[in-house]
Design a protein around this ligand. Sequence first.
Ligand code: MG
Length: 353
Amino acid sequence: MSEVERVTMTHGAGGAVMAKFIERFVLPYLGGFEGAEVGLEALDDAAVVNGVVFKSDSHAVKPIFFPGGDIGRLAVAGTVNDIAVLGAEPVALGCGFVLEEGLAFGDLERVLASMKAACLEAGVFVVTGDTKVVEKGSLGGLVVNMSGIGRRGKALDHNLAVVRKFRRGFDARWVLDANLRGGDKVILSGSVADHGLAVLSAQEGLAFGSGIVSDVKPLNHMIGRVLEMGGVVSMKDPTRGGLANALNEWSQKAKVGILVREDKIPIRKDVRAACEMLGIDPLEVGNEGKVIMGVVAEIAEEVLETLLRTEEGRDAEIIGEATGEFDVVAMETVVGGRRILPMPVGDPVPRIC
Ligand code: MG
C-alpha cells in the first residue's frame, strides 16, 4: 500500500528533515530572486534587500504561556534576534494574529501586554499587522506571525572594520553564517536548552520543570555591545534543533569544520538532569535567548569579556573554534574522546516556538 506523503511535525522542527523540506519544496518555487543582497537561498536568519534587513517568522508555541515567557514575548524576541544576528539594528515590526475562536480576551490581553513589554525592552514598535479568526481546533489559542525590518548602524561598520584588521580580504557587508573561517573562535552567550525544557514542562505538566524557565529575550542590546567591541564574523541564535543544529548550519554554509569542547558548553544542572531523565540531548533543544558568535581569534578574549559584562551574556564561554582540518562538527567529550556532533533530525521538543 503506498501512502501519500504528507507534512509531519518533524517538517517544522528545525534540523535535517526541515532543511530537506525547504530544499525540496520552498526553494524551487520561491527562490531565484537575484535582487537581494542576502536572499532566500542564503537561508540565513534574515534577508537583506535594498539595504533593509527583513525577517518574517511564525510563532505557534504550545502552550501559549510557559515558565519564563509566552507567545507574545517569544514573537518579539524571535524576530528581533534574527535581525540582530545579521549585525543590524531592529527598527519596526509587523504582527499578524491568527486567533482561535473561543480564546479568552484575558489571555489575549496578557499576550499583548507581554508583547508590549518585550518591544519596550528591545526598543522597537509594531507598526503594521492583521488579525484573522479561525474555528476552534488545534491552534492552542493563537498563532502569531511577526515580521520585522532592521538597518545597518555604526556598530556594524565598526565591527566589520575590526574584522578586516585581522582578516585580509574580508569584504562581507553583514554578519553572515557563510563568513566563518578556519581559526575563528566560537563563543556561546550562555546556557543551552532552558527554553525547550521550560516549554516541555508546560506541555506535559512534568514535575521536573519547577525551577526551569525559558531564556526568551531580545538580544539586540547585548549584540550591539559586542559589535561596538568588534571582530564578529558570524552570529546565530540556536533556536529549533539547538546548538547542534546551529553549528552544523554554519559548518555546511561556510564549508569549514567546527570543534567544540563539551566541558565548555554551559548547561544548568537541573536542565541537564531533566534531559538525562527524558533521554533528550540538551545540545539539540531550542533556545530563545542565546547566540553563538564566530569571532576572529585575535580578539576573541576581548569579545568574551564584553559579553561577560552584560546581563544576558554573563555565562558566556569560548566553546571551540572553526577549523580547516575537517568539514564536520566535532566535539571533544568530557571523557576525552572526540565524536561527530551531527545535525539533529529535528528538535526533540515539538512546538517550542
Ligand atoms: Mg535564527
